[in-house]
Design a protein around this ligand. Structure first.
Ligand SMILES: NC(=O)c1ccc[n+]([C@@H]2O[C@H](COP(=O)([O-])OP(=O)(O)OC[C@H]3O[C@@H](n4cnc5c(N)ncnc54)[C@H](OP(=O)(O)O)[C@@H]3O)[C@@H](O)[C@H]2O)c1
Length: 324
C-alpha cells in the first residue's frame, strides 16, 4: 500500500516538474522602457495581445495593428493602465493599400519607433488563398507584407537612438522548402501527393524568411534585428485547422495532452519580452531566440539571407507597379 502511494506521489512530482519545464521560462530581465514607442503587428488576440498586456505595465507607448479591433481589451487597458498610451490602427497585411494607410496613420501618431515587432501571422490555410497583391496568403501575411511594412517604417525607426526589429518566427522554419522560383508553393499545391500538406511548407518558408530577414537586416539598414520562436502556444493560430471537422474532433479528444505539452499565451510571449528587455549590448544582432535564450536556427546562411533580401526588393518593385 505504502509503496503504491509513494509511486503515485513520485509520478505526480515528476509530472509537475515536467509540466514546469514544458511551459518554458519567464523573462527575468527588466529595463526602463517608459520612453519607448513599440509597434506590434497582431495584438487583437494570442501572443501579440498578451505581449501588449505585459508591456502595459511599463508606461510606454504601444501601437498595434490587426484586422479586428479588440475593443474590450483596449478599454480594459486604457482604464487600468492610464500611464501607458495604447493605440489600435487597422491593418491588413494581405492588402497593399491597408499597409500604406497604416503607415500614414502611424506617422501621424508618433515621431519615432524604438521597437518594431513583426508578430502577426496566419498558419495552415486549408484552401489555397491569395493576398490582394497576388501572393500566397501565408507568404504575404507572414513575410512579404511585414517586409514591406518594415521598409515603410524605416524613417521612423531611424529617428530612435537605439531602434530594433523583432521578428516572431517559429521552429516551423525547419519545414521549409524556400524556392525563389516557386514562392507561392505552386509546385507543392498542385502535386497529388503533397497538395494536402503544402500549406505547412508554405508556413515554414515564411518563418525561415523572417529569420533570414533578421540576419540580413542590420547590414542593409544599420538597425539591429533578431528573430524568435515563442514555443508551441495555445493561441488562435490553429483556427484554420479547427475549421476542419476531423482536426477539431481530434483536438477535443487530445485536449488534456495538448494542454499539458503546450504553453499559454503568458508563457508564449516571454521570449518576445526577453528580446524587448535585453539591452543593446546583450541583444545579438541577427540572433534567433528560443525559450529566453539564444538558439541556432536551421537552414540559414549568409548567402541565402542576401539572396532573399534582394529577391524581396525586386518583388516589391513588381507589386508596386501592379498596384499603381
Ligand atoms: N501559437 C503557436 O504555437 C506559435 C508557434 C510558433 C510561432 N508562432 C508565431 O507567433 C505569432 C503570433 O501567433 P499567435 O499564436 O498569437 O496567433 P493568433 O492567436 O492567431 O494571432 C495572430 C495575430 O495576427 C493577426 N493577423 C492575422 N492576419 C493578419 C493580417 N492579414 N493583417 C494583420 N494582422 C493579421 C491577427 O489579428 P486579426 O485576425 O484581427 O487580423 C492576430 O492578432 C505568429 O507569428 C505565429 O506564427 C506561434
Amino acid at each position: 500500500m505504502w509503496l503504491y502511494l509513494i509511486a503515485f506521489l513520485l509520478a505526480l512530482a515528476i509530472g509537475y516538474a515536467l509540466r514546469i519545464y514544458l511551459r518554458g521560462r519567464e523573462c527575468k530581465i527588466r529595463r526602463d522602457i517608459s520612453n519607448k514607442t513599440i509597434l506590434i503587428t497582431g495584438g487583437s488576440k494570442g501572443i501579440g495581445q498578451e505581449t501588449i498586456r505585459q508591456l502595459a505595465n511599463y508606461n510606454c507607448t504601444i501601437i498595434f495593428g490587426s484586422r479586428t479591433k479588440p475593443t474590450e481589451f483596449l478599454n480594459h487597458l486604457n482604464k487600468y493602465y492610464p500611464q501607458t498610451t495604447i493605440k489600435y490602427i487597422p491593418l491588413d497585411l494581405q492588402n497593399w493599400k491597408s499597409i500604406q494607410q497604416f503607415v500614414e496613420q502611424v506617422n501621424k501618431e508618433v515621431k519615432k519607433i524604438d521597437i518594431l515587432i513583426n508578430n502577426a501571422a496566419i498558419m495552415g490555410t486549408l484552401t489555397r488563398e491569395f493576398t490582394s497583391y497576388g501572393l500566397e496568403a501565408q507568404f504575404g501575411t507572414n513575410y512579404f507584407g511585414p517586409f514591406y511594412l518594415t521598409q515603410q517604417l524605416l524613417p521612423l525607426l531611424k529617428k530612435s537612438d537605439s531602434p530594433r526589429v523583432i521578428n516572431v518566427a517559429s521552429v516551423a522554419h525547419t519545414y521549409e522548402g524556400l524556392d525563389f522560383n516557386d514562392i507561392n508553393c505552386d509546385k507543392w499545391a498542385n502535386s497529388i501527393f503533397w497538395s494536402r500538406i503544402y500549406t505547412y511548407r508554405a508556413y515554414g518558408n515564411t518563418k525561415l524568411s523572417l529569420i533570414l530577414n533578421a540576419q540580413e537586416f542590420s547590414k542593409r539598414t544599420g538597425i539591429k534585428a533578431c528573430s524568435l520562436h515563442p514555443g508551441v502556444v495555445r493561441s488562435e493560430v490553429l483556427q484554420y485547422q479547427l475549421s476542419s471537422k476531423w482536426f477539431d474532433w481530434l483536438l477535443k479528444i487530445l485536449w488534456p495532452f495538448f494542454a499539458y505539452f503546450t504553453k499559454d499565451c503568458y508563457y508564449g510571449c516571454q521570449t518576445t519580452l526577453y528580446c524587448i528587455m535585453m539591452s543593446d549590448n546583450q541583444l545579438v544582432d541577427g540572433g534567433y531566440y528560443d525559450n529566453c535564450e539564444l538558439s541556432k536556427p536551421k537552414y540559414t546562411s549568409k548567402e541565402r539571407a542576401e539572396q532573399l533580401w534582394d529577391f524581396t526588393l525586386e518583388l516589391i518593385k513588381k507589386v508596386e507597379k501592379e498596384q499603381r
